[in-house]
Ligand binder design. Structure first.
Ligand code: EPU
Length: 422
């Protein structure tokens, strides 16, 4: 089968209103958390993206009954029929968040066998902190032969000090701790919005999580968790940001509705610094941009700092800003591959280790480029929207992992964007 490519004819001003989907990174944490419920559980506002499809396949492989309505974003999970605790390598390769099944299966069934995620196109992604946390709770964890094999007769709460702020590590330890006897305290915890969303979901099922959104989280485990009402996941912070950047990049006027503006403060501040206009409403953000953008400096940080997931789309925007911008990537070691592709489009970039120096050019031009990961794909879409002529993006499957109906949303705002296999 011929490979699918995305075609974008750049230079169109985006205008109008667009609704943001449910969060990818919160969905891939909340779906495995459904394993903890003794009763069927309903999750709403899930995005129809590849990572959610893989999550459904994973639950079904384990024996859970799953009804997934992608058009409505509603999933019903009945975990009472789960009859195995191993996740196959094929599914783990397709979704990095598969490691969350370690914490969830260990909490509910006292065992889990999940292949290690390994590295990926944005750098090394070890899970030593996840494993350390589970050992503190009393689990035996073995990682020989590339698979995490965890087991525990019973888990007991304890103090987990994270060596670095890790989103995945915080989530996995919260999952494992939810059924442990006593209280687990996670120090140096991640504070991302989806950590708070997971805590709210666990609490809605009877768990006692306090402090989510601060750097000390306390989880008082419960013997049984039961789902009592449908739970809707929060809107996608990174999709919101990508659309905000697309609005600025095309000198457009776009209102993104259904989002949480307070999650966007780091990006909003930088867009204002570049000269764009950003208006925040209760659950909407309007981004307008008229003149040239100013070059800026930014560093990726843990929340509430500038998110690494928006570094790539933002650096696309900087390619045409007036002056020289500096971007420092602190979270992942090789998250600049998209810049080499943008050089094909006329971008002027120098990368030295974790720092990229971007010298703004007046105009990018369309070219054939390749996405190396999800957010690199989003960055190339932004670059394509700004460029003169047609940009052809290959490896679109990366984009489908995390953006729901991206072409439809951008088309509705006036972009000329389509897919082809010719
Ligand atoms: N780290 C360790 N050991 C660990 C865990 C992390 O050394 O045990 C290091 C990582 O190598 C990295 C840093 O700590 O340098 C932060 O990693 P973190 O664990 O926070 O990232 P993650 O949980 O693997 C999630 C998101 C990413 C997002 C990062 C940072 C999900 C499913 N993934 O990854 O999202 O970039 O947090 O915010 O939530 C994306 O959506 O495109 C994406 C990559």
């Amino acid at each position: 089968m011929a490979e699918e490519r995305m075609l974008i004819t750049g230079g169109q001003r985006l205008e109008g209103t667009v609704r943001v989907s449910g969060g990818k990174n919160t969905s891939v944490a909340i779906i495995p958390a459904a394993i903890l419920s003794q009763t069927p559980c309903i999750i709403e506002n899930l995005p129809n993206i590849e990572d959610v499809t893989v999550s459904v396949e994973t639950l079904r492989h384990l024996g859970a009954k799953v009804i997934w309505e992608p058009r409505d974003g509603i999933m019903q999970v009945d975990a009472s029929t789960i009859n195995r605790t191993d996740v196959p390598l094929e599914l783990c390769r397709r979704m990095r968040a598969s490691s969350y099944y370690i914490g969830a299966l260990l909490a509910r069934f006292g065992k889990a066998s999940v292949p290690l995620p390994g590295g990926c196109n944005i750098g090394r992604r070890p899970i030593d902190q996840h494993i350390k946390g589970m050992r503190v709770l009393g689990a035996d964890v073995d990682t020989a032969h590339g698979t995490v094999v965890a087991q525990a007769d019973h888990l007991t709460g304890g103090d987990v000090f994270m060596d670095m702020v890790t989103v995945g590590g915080t989530i996995n330890v919260m999952l494992a701790a939810s059924c442990a006897q006593g209280t687990t305290t996670i120090y140096n915890a991640a504070k991302e919005p989806h950590i708070v969303d997971l805590a709210n979901f666990l609490n809605s099922m009877g768990c006692k999580v306090k402090g989510a959104g601060t750097d000390v989280i306390r989880v008082r485990g419960v013997e049984k968790m039961t789902s009592r009402r449908p739970y809707a996941v929060i809107p996608d912070q990174i999709e919101t940001g990508t659309l905000m950047i697309a609005a600025a990049a095309t000198h457009g006027d776009v209102t993104i509705c259904g989002c949480i503006p307070t999650h966007m403060e780091a990006l909003t501040a930088k867009l204002l610094e570049m000269g764009a206009r950003v208006e925040e409403k209760d659950d909407a953000i309007r981004v307008r941009s008229l003149g040239a953008h100013r070059a800026i400096t930014f560093k990726t940080q843990v929340y509430p700092g500038f998110p690494t997931d928006l570094q790539q789309p933002m650096s696309a925007l900087l390619c045409t800003a007036t002056g020289t911008s500096t971007v420092v990537e602190y979270i992942f070691e090789s998250r600049f591959r998209h810049l080499a592709e943008m050089e094909r489009m006329g971008a002027r970039v120098r990368v030295l280790e974790q720092t990229a120096v971007i010298e703004g050019v007046p105009q990018l031009h369309g070219a054939a480029v390749e996405a190396s990961d999800l957010r690199a794909g989003a960055a190339l879409v932004i670059a394509g929207l700004m460029a003169q002529g047609t940009t052809e993006i290959s490896n679109t499957h990366f984009i489908d992992r995390g953006y729901e109906h991206l072409e439809d949303k951008l088309s509705s705002l006036g972009a000329i964007i389509s897919r082809t296999t010719d």
